[in-house]
Design a protein around this ligand. Structure first.
Ligand code: ATP
Ligand code: MG
Length: 362
């Protein structure tokens, strides 16, 4: 974060296209200097949200604030926002240098200053030496870096990225996403980043917002969303998850969570307070430990049969049929291996059980 970093706030913002509610009464705050990722299924309103923040699209109702300035009615050109799109939208007839300097020329910046700032930002994105090339003489990853440079050279208050890496192959994507993160942190520009790729979201973000049908399902740091999903939707969207039904039984100090053959004592700190009856749990694949069948009811343990096994190099993936449904997990390929139709036991450390506080909103 730098002194110039600003907070972005959306107050009760809605956007309707005819009958389509692309955004529905959304309240969000983006902390100064942070990178927040919007994650959610196609059509949930991610691009719409970016377009409202940029000013390319007016809100139907509500307010948008940059720091202490209400920008709701400001045009895009007066909001001081840089954007990087999935299609890099470089000017094909301009060189790298001309593309990056374009915005500064429009602002009538002095030619000497333009050269200096273009040079600086090309060095930042590791594109020094490509000044005279045209976009069609660059790889996709290089074009994307030029697009990032073109947005950053204007030193905007806000940077918006709409799936900037989706046209880039997976190896390069990893290094590009690290570059974007590094540049964002160095500049301290408050940034909003849209992606479909949850691994990318976990890797680059200070905060993640899970969107669904034009609303915010949950906002928080990556770890909080991963370890404390508030809804089934979030548990399934971030990481892999086995969501299973469970039952809360007993009274007072003898309460237990029962799922299939497994029983777990309720301990202080579990977010189930005074609830009773059916609840939902999320069991991440990495917390299920498969062991050869043990005929005891020592808890917490489930029993099941391996119905599918897939060799994936370092790990083996298993689908296990249990009384509470099919569970997905993986085990190291080096450890003892199990075959299809083996009967097995599954151990779970109680502290790894995630209780989903609310069932997913319908
Ligand atoms: N100009 C428009 N006119 C009418 N409907 C629109 C318009 N732009 C977006 N929509 C609708 O608003 C909803 C949200 O669209 P948006 O582009 O924000 O989704 P998204 O989350 O970015 O999806 P994707 O992941 O596919 O890019 C969708 O139902 C879409 O069809
Ligand atoms: Mg979109």
């Amino acid at each position: 974060m730098s002194d110039a970093s600003i907070k972005i706030v959306l107050n009760n913002v809605s956007k309707h296209f005819g009958k389509v509610r692309a955004l529905d009464a959304v309240d969000i705050a983006f902390a100064p200097g942070t990178l927040t990722t919007l994650l959610g299924p196609s059509g949930c309103g991610k691009t719409t949200l970016l377009r409202l923040v940029s000013g390319l699209e007016p809100v139907s109702s509500g307010e948008i604030w940059f720091g202490d300035e209400n920008v709701t009615n400001l045009s895009a050109t007066r909001r001081d926002v840089g954007m990087v799109f999935q299609s890099y939208a470089l000017f094909p007839h301009m060189t790298v240098e001309q593309n990056v300097g374009y915005g500064l020329r429009i602002l009538r910046t002095k030619p000497d200053d333009i050269s200096k700032r273009v040079q600086e930002v090309l060095e930042m994105v590791a594109m020094d030496g490509f000044q005279r090339r045209y976009p069609d003489e660059l790889s996709g990853g290089q074009q994307q870096r030029v697009a990032v440079a073109r947005a950053m050279v204007l030193r905007p208050k806000v940077l918006l990225f709409d799936e900037p890496l989706s046209n880039i192959d997976s190896k390069l994507r990893r290094s590009m996403r690290d570059d974007i993160r590094r540049l964002q942190q160095a500049s301290g520009i408050t940034s909003i980043y849209v992606t479909h790729d949850q691994a990318e979201a976990l890797a680059v973000s200070d905060e993640i917002i899970i969107m669904r049908n034009g609303s915010i399902e949950q906002q928080g740091p990556p770890q909080a969303l991963y370890h404390r999903p508030r809804t089934t939707f979030v548990a399934n969207f971030i990481g892999e998850s086995n969501v299973v039904d469970a039952e809360l039984t007993g009274e007072g100090t003898h309460r237990q969570i029962v799922f299939g053959d497994a029983r777990v004592d309720v301990t202080a700190g579990m977010p189930i307070a005074d609830r009773k009856g059916p609840i939902k749990l999320s069991l991440r694949p990495e917390v299920l430990e498969i062991r050869p069948f043990e005929n005891t009811s020592s808890s917490p343990m489930l029993h099941g049969v391996i119905v599918q096994r897939a060799y994936m190099g370092p790990v083996i993936e298993y689908t296990i049929k249990t009384r509470i449904g099919a569970l997905f997990t993986r085990g190291p390929a080096s450890a003892s291996q199990f075959k299809e139709s083996d009967e097995i036991s599954i151990h779970i450390q109680p502290e790894n059980i995630i209780i989903i506080p609310e069932n997913s909103k319908a």
